[in-house]
Design a protein around this ligand. Structure first.
Ligand SMILES: [Zn+2]
Length: 227
């Protein structure tokens, strides 16, 4: 999607909390590497994602926009389409891990928080980054791969090793973390069972209200998902 798209705004604090929700749903500790390929499999059975699926497709399939497009998320099909070379390299290449986590982030934002992008009818001027679906997906992917609380404690090299991300990703993430100076300890004073309420209070969709009806339900769902 280009700058010509926009969607409901969000902000860094909200995205950090979404990343926390995602790690909790899949029972991934904040110190652990995010196993995106496993998560894609598990997400297909997770009711929160509304029959999500992914498909690995031949590299030369004409559904892709040339060589540069490695994967994309289709809202209409609620499916991530992934070039086969990209899927394979996500096992060993941190850049591919980021690409797939970025697409997963689009899916989460559209399906769970109801941020469907809309086309802007002029030249896209005036779209703030908080409303830009690409900014949102990049930021959320960064927070999922490298939880903010841990990011604040590590240097770039440690981030790269611990979370299996590229040096560029580690540096970019660390710089943003320093620039943004978010007090994550204050942010996470809420207990995990309050996350559902937070999502509702922060203007998420009716879908979320129905999907995560109460704290017992979200706790049960979190406990039910195990590797
Ligand atoms: Zn994107």
């Amino acid at each position: 999607m280009s700058q010509l798209c926009f969607c409901a705004p969000t902000n860094k604090k909200q995205l950090i909390k979404y990343a926390d929700v995602i790690r909790k749903v899949f029972n991934i500790k904040e110190t652990e590497e995010f196993p995106i390929l496993k998560v894609l499999d598990l997400a297909m059975d997770e009711p929160m994602f509304n029959d999500f699926s992914y498909q690995v497709v031949e590299d030369d399939d004409n559904m892709f926009d040339g060589e540069t497009q490695l994967a994309f998320y289709s809202y209409l099909e609620n499916t991530i389409f992934i070039k086969s070379s990209q899927y394979d390299s996500a096992k060993v290449d941190p850049r591919s891990r980021f690409t797939l986590t970025h697409e997963f982030s689009h899916m989460f934002l559209m399906q769970v928080t109801n941020r469907k992008p809309k086309l802007k009818d002029d030249d896209g001027k005036g779209i703030q980054s908080f409303s830009d679906p690409e900014w949102q997906a990049n930021r959320l992917a960064g927070y999922i791969l490298i939880p903010e609380r841990i990011c604040q404690k590590l240097n770039e090299k440690e981030i790269e090793t611990q979370f299996f991300v590229s040096p560029e990703c580690a540096t970019y993430r660390k710089i943003n973390s320093i620039k943004d100076k978010i007090d994550v300890n204050a942010l996470f004073e809420v207990k995990s069972v309050d996350i559902a309420k937070f999502m509702i209070d922060s203007g998420s969709s009716n879908m979320v209200i129905e999907t995560i009806a109460d704290s017992e339900e979200i706790d049960a769902r979190i406990n039910a998902v195990r590797f």
